[in-house]
Structures are given as C-alpha cells and as structure tokens.
Design a binder for this molecule. Structure first.
Ligand code: CAA
Length: 259
C-alpha cells in the first residue's frame, strides 16, 4: 500500500511485495524523491510479517537510467560531501529480507548499482547494463567500483568502468552477476515466482541465509565459515527447524511459522 508518486507497490503473490520504479518520462532516473520512496517501501516490506521476499523492477524500456544527471549537474562539493549525497542509496542493503532485482532495459550507472545491491538479479534478454559515469567526468558512486569488481572480477570491472561501455544480459549471465535471463515479457512473473518460493520457507532461515552470505563478503573464509556455523547452530533453537526436519521424516510438506 501507501501513496507514492514515483513507484508503484503491489502484492502479486502470497508473501511477495513488488516495487516498480515508475518515472517513465526520465527512464526511471534516480532522483532523491524516488530513492526516498523506494527506501520507504523496502523498509515497509521488511517490517511486514506477511511479506517474505521483495522484487524491484522498472519498465521494459528501463530498470533505471542512473542517477538523475539534471538533478546532479550543478551540485557543489560542499553540497554532495556536506549532505552525503547518495549515501542513503545503500539503504537497500540494510533490508533483511531477500530482494530480487528484475532488470529489463537500461540499468545504467546508479541503476546498475541499485541492481547490484539486490540478492539476486534476473535480467530480460534485452537488458543493457553499464557504468557510464566516466563519460560524465565522475566515477560510479553507489558501489560500482566495489561491488562490480567483487562480483565479476577486477579485470572485467576495470574494463567496463574505465571505458563506460554497456554490457549485455548475456555477458552479465556468463560472468555470474545475473542469476538467470528470461524473455522480457516473462521476467517479472519469473522473479515473483522465485520470490514466492522463498517466501514459503522459514523466515528465520531465509534471514539467516541472507545474513551469512552477506557477512561472508567482509570476512576471511575461515571467519566466514565460523560465522556460518554459529548461525546454523542457532537455527536449532527454532520451531521451524523442528518442523522442517519432522516434515521430511514424516514425508509431508513443512508448514513454517517463523517461530
Ligand atoms: N538523468 C536524467 N534524465 C535522464 C537520465 C538520467 N540519468 N537518463 C535519461 N533521462 C531522460 C532524458 O534526458 C530524456 O528526457 P527529455 O525527454 O526531457 O529530454 C528522457 O529521459 C528519455 O531519454 P532519452 O531521450 O535519452 O532516451 P534514449 O532512448 O534516446 O536513450 C539512454 C536512453 C541511452 C539510457 C540515455 O537516456 C542515457 O544515456 N541516459 C544517461 C545514462 C547515464 O549516463 N547514467 C549514469 C548517470 S550517473 C550515475 O548514475 C552516478 C552514480 O553512480 C550514482
């Protein structure tokens, strides 16, 4: 629910919140009011016990064509540094429930970076990714130089960021940045289907799995494995663990309650 101007929020399946970026005249260029609404909708879904997973999408033409260049162009360093411009774009990474970015069309600059913050990226066959900031006299500012390098490797990320060239859904799939590619018209349905599948599992286990994966990115393998094991151990304190394993032994479908 909620009354938003630049996004549309819906519930396309049990347990799923779909957030559609909706600023078509500017190809979903990311300006502050849109980011504020997106963050509001994400945290709202994160708090809602009925919701187990979130899908973020745009239109068939554009997921998002990047930060709003017209909003940015006259900003001074005092403004951007002083007000920590785009720092709140990272808020998506504080959401505890899984987020699937369903990318059709352009995902450029901040649009690509927004997708990179999601847990899973699904792309339409004609999706166009890129970090073109170098052409504007700047660099990616919302994780492009960091996440892209970690996800697809330093050599590929450097080539893309230093030339600003676009890359395709197929390339992103080959490099492991995108999990799956679909026909454009099937993309959102497929993302919702996956989100619904996730939403039927124990929300405690789902939260723990996401947390362990993301925590590991900042740790050594040894520390990460230890962290994972501790979280795994903790789940034995949940009713959902008892239910999940009992259901397997009794050859029936588990019914999770989040307890
Ligand atoms: N900011 C502001 N407005 C944008 C925009 C953006 N990033 N991208 C598109 N628009 C606007 C256009 O100005 C145009 O508006 P008008 O009709 O008022 O002129 C409208 O959206 C439609 O765009 P085009 O006419 O350009 O559409 P196209 O199909 O010919 O081209 C495109 C599409 C290749 C995506 C082209 O719009 C484009 O190159 N956009 C800019 C992409 C870009 O450089 N993004 C990076 C931004 S910097 C950044 O994101 C920083 C960061 O890391 C946080």
């Amino acid at each position: 629910g909620g009354s938003y101007e630049h996004i549309v929020v819906s519930k396309p399946a049990t347990g799923v919140r779909l957030v559609t970026l909706n600023r078509p005249k500017a190809l979903n260029a990311l300006f502050s009011p849109l980011i504020a609404e997106l963050n509001h909708a994400l945290f709202d879904a994160d708090k809602d016990p009925e919701i187990g997973a979130i899908v973020i999408t745009g239109s068939e033409k554009a997921f998002a064509a990047g930060a709003d260049i017209k909003e940015m162009k006259d900003k001074t360093v005092a403004e951007v540094y002083g007000k920590d411009f785009i720092e709140n774009w990272n808020d998506q990474t504080r959401v505890k429930k899984p987020i699937i970015a369903a990318v059709n069309g352009y995902a450029l600059g901040g649009g690509c970076e927004l997708a990179l913050m999601a847990d899973i990226i699904y792309a339409g066959e004609k999706a166009v990714f890129g970090q073109p900031e170098i052409k504007l006299g700047v660099i990616p500012g919302a994780g492009g130089t960091q996440r892209l390098a970690r996800y697809i490797g330093k050599a590929r990320a450097s080539e893309l960021i230093l030339t600003g060239r676009n890359f395709s859904a197929q390339e992103a799939l080959e490099w492991g940045m995108v999990a799956k590619v679909f026909k454009p018209e099937e993309l959102v349905d497929q993302a919702v289907k996956t989100a619904a599948e996730i939403a039927q599992f124990s929300p405690l286990a789902v939260k723990a799995a996401k947390e362990a994966i993301n925590e590991g990115y900042n740790l050594s393998l040894e520390q990460g494995l230890k962290y994972e094991r501790r979280v795994f151990h903790t789940l034995f304190g949940t009713e959902d663990q008892k239910e999940g394993m009992a259901a397997f032994a009794e050859k029936r479908k588990a019914s999770f309650t989040g307890k």
